[in-house]
Design a protein around this ligand. Structure first.
Ligand SMILES: *[C@@H]1O[C@H](CO)[C@@H](O)[C@H](O)[C@H]1NC(C)=O
Ligand SMILES: *[C@@H]1O[C@H](CO)[C@@H](O)[C@H](O)[C@H]1NC(C)=O
Ligand SMILES: *[C@@H]1O[C@H](CO)[C@@H](O)[C@H](O)[C@H]1NC(C)=O
Length: 313
């Protein structure tokens, strides 16, 4: 505790007396999305080759209690004082120090990382700059559900996570507001995120669409999902009935071909018998011609039916 205090007295002393040494923050505000990475930057003057032994760098966060994030004293990194909030998520790009750039990389940014950061450099002279970090958590991924409760009634659900609290607005195809028919609940989950679940109970015919809109007032952002009352149930019914008709067709076709086959056999036998008894009869000749024609026709039909079967299955 004593060492940083001394460092501060030293820093302030230099800040006022050594105007030559100034730390700059090229960007004083960073806006980053929850879960992403951010690299914040300070620059300082380096004349010629950097002497690591003369360099001290630190990054800290100004919360109620100051949180140490990164410390390099006289060229040596010191992780002992690093606050547990940042464990495993911090990297200082040391190779950039030689160019006079102190780059702090924070990975997997959390909502609680939002706040004011101080970047301190001591290299001959000493100075610091403040940098602001804003963390956003848009309601990006919306999980939706459509459940039929019978009697043309539907329960539509939209769920998403984000920050700050979003209002959920429901609309129909014509964008009429249905929000008063909906119920929205808020749970706080990990890392201050809100898990928002909204349920709309509504009477509707099928093939209708509804919109759920997550209105993040503070971020001035709307994200939405389209729910389609289509016919998951109807679809199944339709497929079912199509299958049923297909089955009937196949059964009829098979039964038909068997019947035709039997008929042909019988007729062929009859012709044989006829030929045996009245070989020279013109009637028999006529009937024979007719029969072969019929049977050829039948077998052709048979093939057609088989083709239909293949198509159906
Ligand atoms: C964030 O940083 C971590 C650690 O440095 C890295 O593994 C990861 O790929 C980075 N993610 C993105 C999206 O850049
Ligand atoms: C919302 O939920 C509460 C409790 O579950 C219930 O009493 C109320 O009727 C619901 N409101 C609407 C509009 O569905
Ligand atoms: C978001 O949607 C609400 C309700 O439809 C609307 O009042 C608001 O202006 C929209 N905001 C933006 C930024 O689109």
């Amino acid at each position: 505790m004593e060492k940083p205090l001394l460092l501060y007295i030293f820093i302030f002393y230099w800040h006022f007396l050594n105007a030559l040494f100034t730390v700059e923050a090229p960007q004083s505000l960073y806006i980053v999305e929850h879960g992403n990475n951010v690299t914040m930057e300070c620059t300082f003057p380096v004349n010629g080759k950097l002497k690591f032994r003369d360099l001290s760098v630190s990054w800290e966060k100004k919360d109620k209690l100051k949180k140490q994030i990164y410390v390099l004293v006289k060229g040596e990194e010191d992780f002992k004082s690093q606050h547990s909030d940042f464990k495993g998520r911090i990297k200082l790009l040391k190779e950039k120090l030689t160019l006079g750039r102190s780059l702090l990389h924070i990975s997997d940014v959390r909502l609680m990382d939002a706040g004011v950061y101080r970047c301190v450099i001591d290299y001959g002279g000493a100075d610091y700059k403040m940098i602001n970090l804003q963390v956003q958590a848009p309601y990006r991924n919306i999980t939706q559900g459509v459940v039929s409760t019978g009697d043309n009634k539907w329960k539509l659900t939209c769920q998403s996570e984000g920050y700050p609290q979003a209002k959920v607005i429901w609309q129909n195809r014509e964008h009429e507001d249905l929000s008063d028919k909906a119920n929205t609940s808020y749970e706080t989950g990990s890392d201050q995120l809100y898990r928002v679940t909204s349920t709309l109970t509504i009477k509707s015919r099928t093939d209708e669409i509804f919109h759920c809109i997550f209105w993040n007032k503070e971020l001035q952002e709307n994200t939405s999902a389209i729910l389609h009352i289509a016919d998951a149930a109807d679809d199944a019914l339709w497929t079912e009935s199509r299958r049923f008709i297909g089955a009937i067709l196949i059964v009829t076709a098979s039964f038909g071909s068997v019947l035709l086959f039997m008929l042909c056999m019988r007729k062929a036998r009859a012709i044989k018998d006829n030929r045996a008894t009245v070989a020279s009869s013109s009637i028999a000749k006529l009937s024979k011609n007719k029969d072969t024609h019929d049977c050829r026709g039948a077998s052709f039909e048979d093939e057609e039916l088989k083709y239909m079967q293949i198509e159906k299955t």
